[in-house]
Design a protein. Structure first.
Length: 489
C-alpha cells in the first residue's frame, strides 16, 4: 500500500516477528531499480549522506572491471563510538567464528573490501536476490548471511565518504527482554552450523599488548588465534600455554650435566621441580654448542627434549654472552606463557619470596623482576641495573624484545658482549615496571664465607631480607640448601 503522506513510498504489511532475513528478501523482490538502499527505520539522511558518492563507487571502473562490489556499506559513527567498528573479516576456526576489524588494505579511493559490515548498505538488486537468507534464524542471520554467501561470490566493501546517522529509538519491553537473551540465542544459532559461538573483536588487537593478551586469557581464548595487522593469526605455539617458562643457561661439561639432572627432578626439592609442582611450567637448557657434541648430550636431548644448542661464542668469562641471551629470547618468540624466568645453572632460588613478587603482579604486564640495584660508579645517576644471573620478564616484554621489528636492533656488542650491559640497554628505553626482588646475593664464595649478605660492615643485629636468589653455588650446595630451604640463614 502507498504511504499516506510521502509520495513514491510503499508500505508492506507483514506478520509480527516476520524476521529480518525474510523482510530483506521480500523487499529485494519488490525493488524495481538497479540498486537498493537497506536501512533500519531509525536511520536518517544528513548532509553527510552522499548517495552520489556511493553510486560512483559501485560503478567505478577501478572496482567493476575486476571484482565489482555487491554490497557497499558505510561507517555508522554513532555505533562505532559506543561499541566499536562492526566491520572486518570473518575467520572460521575450530572454535568460534571471529569477526576481526581491519585497519588497513584500503584502496586509493578510500574504500576497503571487508568480509562483513553492518546491515545498512547499498546493494545491487540483481545480486541481492541471488544470495541466500536464513529465514529460520531469529538472531545471527546477519553474520551467517555474510559467511554463507561468500561461497556465492559475495563482494562487500565499506567506503568512508558517506554515512547515515543512526538515532536509536526507545526499545519496547518485549524487544528489550529479547535483546537480553541475544547472546544465548546467537550461540545456539551458531552451534547449528558447527561453531561454538561468535566473537566480535571491535577494536584492532595488538599482539604486543599485555592488556589484550590478558583479556584473551581471562576469556579462555588462545591469544595466538587472534590475528593482527601482519599476516593474520600467529602459528600454533610449539608447546602448550603455561604460567612459567624457565630458560636456564647451562654448560656442556660434567658439572653442567649434574646441574641439569638435579633441576629436572633428581633433586625433587630443587627450585625448578618445586616450581613445576606449584604451577604449569616448562623449561629449556641453553647449552653452547661445540665443534663436536658429546654423545652423552645427544642422548640427554633425545631422552628429555629440553636442550637447545646455542651458537658458539668462543672464550667467555663465565655465564653467558649478550648474543646468547638474544638468541634465547628470539628462540622463544612463538612460545606463550605469563612469565619468562632466566637463570644460570649455578643459581639457588628460594621460591616463596620470588613467587610472592610475581603473583602480586596481576595481570603481569610491562614488568621486569630481579635484583635491581645501582651500578657501581653510577650512583650519581641512579641508573637501575638488573643482574642477568636471575630475572623474570612478563610475556609482553619478552614478546616485544623477540619481535622482528625490535630484535634486529638489539645490540650485543656493549662491553665486549657482556650480557648484563646488553640486557640493561634493552630495558633502558622501555616503559617497564622495574620490580625489585629483595634478597638477591651474587658472587657468594661458598659456605666458608658465612651467611650471604653478612659482612664485617653489617651489624649482627641488622635483619636481612629473606634469601631469594643466591649465586654462585656448587651442585652439592644447591642440593643441601634445597633440603633445608625453610631454615637456611
Amino acid at each position: 500500500r502507498d504511504h499516506p503522506t510521502i509520495a513514491f513510498m510503499k508500505i508492506v504489511d507483514v506478520p509480527y516477528d516476520f524476521g529480518l532475513s525474510r523482510g530483506k528478501r521480500l523487499l529485494a523482490q519488490w525493488a524495481q531499480t538497479e540498486f537498493v538502499l537497506v536501512l533500519d527505520d531509525d536511520f536518517v539522511r544528513s548532509p553527510l549522506s552522499c548517495m552520489e558518492c556511493m553510486l560512483l563507487h559501485m560503478r567505478s571502473r577501478m572496482h567493476s572491471l575486476t571484482l565489482p562490489f555487491d554490497l557497499l556499506g558505510f561507517p555508522i559513527l554513532e555505533d562505532e563510538r559506543n561499541f566499536g567498528a562492526f566491520r572486518g573479516q570473518l575467520r572460521a576456526t575450530n572454535g568460534p567464528l571471529y569477526l576481526e576489524p581491519m585497519a588497513s588494505e584500503a584502496a586509493v579511493d578510500g574504500c576497503m573490501r571487508v568480509g562483513i559490515h553492518p546491515m545498512a548498505f547499498l546493494a545491487r538488486t540483481a545480486r541481492l536476490r541471488q544470495f541466500k537468507f536464513q529465514d529460520q534464524l531469529p538472531v545471527g542471520e546477519h553474520e551467517q548471511f555474510f559467511y554463507a554467501n561468500r561461497y556465492l561470490g559475495l563482494h562487500a566493501a565499506v567506503c568512508f565518504d558517506s554515512t547515515f546517522p543512526h538515532f536509536r529509538v526507545q526499545m519496547s519491553a518485549g524487544y528489550k527482554q529479547r535483546r537480553e537473551r541475544m547472546q544465548e540465542l546467537a550461540t545456539d544459532a551458531f552451534k547449528k552450523i558447527g561453531f561454538q559461538g561468535m566473537m566480535y573483536l571491535l577494536h584492532k588487537c595488538d599482539a604486543y599488548s599485555g592488556i589484550d593478551h590478558n583479556e584473551f586469557i581471562q576469556q579462555n581464548i588462545p591469544p595466538w588465534s587472534i590475528s593482527d595487522d601482519t599476516c593474520g593469526p600467529q602459528p600454533e605455539p610449539p608447546t602448550d600455554f603455561v604460567m612459567f617458562f624457565v630458560a636456564i643457561f647451562s654448560t656442556m661439561d660434567d658439572r653442567g650435566a649434574l646441574f641439569r639432572r638435579m633441576l629436572r627432578g633428581e633433586a625433587p626439592l630443587a627450585w625448578l621441580p618445586r616450581l613445576a609442582v606449584a604451577a604449569p611450567t616448562r623449561w629449556a637448557f641453553f647449552v653452547e654448542e661445540q665443534s663436536i657434541t658429546p654423545p652423552a648430550l645427544v642422548e640427554e636431548e633425545a631422552q628429555h627434549g629440553d636442550v637447545v644448542l646455542m651458537p658458539q661464542q668462543g672464550e667467555t668469562k663465565g655465564g653467558f654472552t649478550a648474543s646468547q641471551l638474544k638468541f634465547a629470547v628470539t628462540f622463544l618468540r612463538d612460545f606463550h606463557f605469563r612469565w619468562l624466568l632466566v637463570a644460570e645453572q649455578d643459581v639457588f632460588v628460594h621460591l616463596e619470596p620470588v613467587l610472592s613478587v610475581l603473583v602480586a603482579q596481576e595481570p603481569p604486564m610491562r614488568s621486569a623482576v630481579g635484583g635491581w640495584r645501582t651500578k657501581a660508579g653510577m650512583a650519581s645517576l641512579q641508573s637501575p641495573w638488573l643482574p642477568p644471573q636471575f630475572f623474570a620478564l612478563s610475556h609482553d616484554t619478552k614478546h616485544l624484545l623477540a619481535s622482528p621489528r625490535v630484535a634486529r636492533w638489539l645490540r650485543t656488542d656493549l662491553e665486549n658482549g657482556d650480557a648484563a650491559a646488553a640486557l640493561n640497554a634493552w630495558l633502558a628505553l622501555l616503559d617497564v615496571q622495574r620490580l625489585e626482588l629483595q634478597g638477591v646475593h651474587l658472587g657468594w664464595g661458598g659456605a666458608a664465607n658465612g651467611c650471604p649478605g653478612k659482612s664485617s660492615s653489617v651489624p649482627q643485629s641488622m635483619a636481612l631480607p629473606p634469601l631469594a636468589v643466591l649465586h654462585l653455588v656448587a651442585p652439592g650446595e644447591l642440593l643441601l640448601m634445597s633440603e633445608v630451604v625453610h631454615t637456611f640463614c
